[in-house]
Design a protein around this ligand. Structure first.
Ligand code: COA
Length: 257
């Protein structure tokens, strides 16, 4: 199974484990992660959630083959699509979520960090949101949150040009808490998650809700508009050219559009 889950010492760990495809996320993996988040929420013994990847890669984002083969009306644009279920479970998780970014975090790999409470990044990681280069648009409220965090100009570098950024830049612009040596990032994130064993869970839950509440409605409204455009763009000739170019290991050619 490409998603491994385990609960130990109050922490539910969700480990993305598909190293042969750089941890690209398939529909089945989103489903498993959504289920794991729901289970963590229900389990009173769980005080925090840890999301982690493999050495050198957190996730290379949505599986591009899934993007290509999905039929219209299914997948990201369906209200009950696994990716939407996962992101909704993340947004609605009332327990603290800690991310250990063990390496490359691309596309939704970076987007999901915007909805975690604590983010620790390996010094070997690179983050990127190359949606436009793939013929797509920002997703899951990144078009709202990224400019809020860093201002329009720096958000444009990341969301329009898709420029990758370093762990240090992720901390500087408020996406991450700290940069850790690659060998320590998971243990550090786990220690932070375990601190919630000593804190009152009811107060943690209500405090987290208060932190999120002011922007919750706007976030959902933005996700709705982004998802509509994203679904349309998935079927666009521009996106098809980008996906085919990825698998043919060549540069996409957008000159004909
Ligand atoms: N979807 C499907 N397959 C993917 C993938 C993805 N998002 N990312 C990597 N893979 C596959 C590659 O096709 C390759 O498969 P192969 O061995 O059958 O040829 C394998 O994983 C290894 O990837 P490769 O590109 O050779 O590794 P790398 O170390 O040179 O580069 C990345 C790693 C993450 C930088 C690079 O794979 C990448 O840019 N991936 C796509 C990122 C992306 O655009 N994601 C979508 C965002 S919306």
């Amino acid at each position: 199974m490409s998603i491994k889950t385990a609960t130990l010492n109050g922490v539910a760990t969700i480990e993305i484990a598909r190293p042969e495809k750089k941890n690209a996320l398939t529909v089945a993996m989103y489903q498993a992660m959504a289920d794991a988040l729901h289970a963590a929420r229900e389990d009173a013994a769980v005080r925090a959630v840890l999301i982690t990847g493999q050495p050198g890669v957190f996730t290379s984002g949505n599986d591009i083959e899934d993007f290509m083969t999905r039929a219209p009306g299914q997948g990201i644009d369906a209200l009950d699509s696994p990716v939407l279920r996962f992101m909704r479970a993340l947004l609605e998780c009332d327990k603290p979520v800690v991310a250990a970014v063990t390496g490359a975090a691309i596309g939704i790999g970076t987007t999901m960090l915007l909805h975690c409470d604590f983010v620790y990044v390996s010094d070997e990681a690179r983050l990127a949101m190359p949606f436009v280069a793939l013929g797509l648009v920002p997703e899951f409220a990144s078009s709202l949150i990224v400019p809020q965090l860093m201002g329009h100009r720096r958000a444009a570098e990341k969301l329009l040009l898709g420029d990758p950024f370093t762990p240090e830049q992720a901390v500087e612009c408020g996406i991450a808490n700290a940069v850790l040596p690659a060998s320590e990032v998971v243990n550090h994130a786990r220690r932070v998650a375990e601190r919630f064993n000593a804190l009152p869970p009811g107060a943690v839950r209500e405090a987290k809700q208060l932190l999120r509440a002011p922007q919750a409605q706007q976030t959902l409204a933005v996700i709705r508009s982004e998802s509509e455009i994203f679904a349309r763009r998935l079927r666009s000739p521009e996106a098809m050219e980008a996906f085919q170019a990825f698998f043919q290991k060549r540069k996409p050619d957008f000159s004909k559009f």
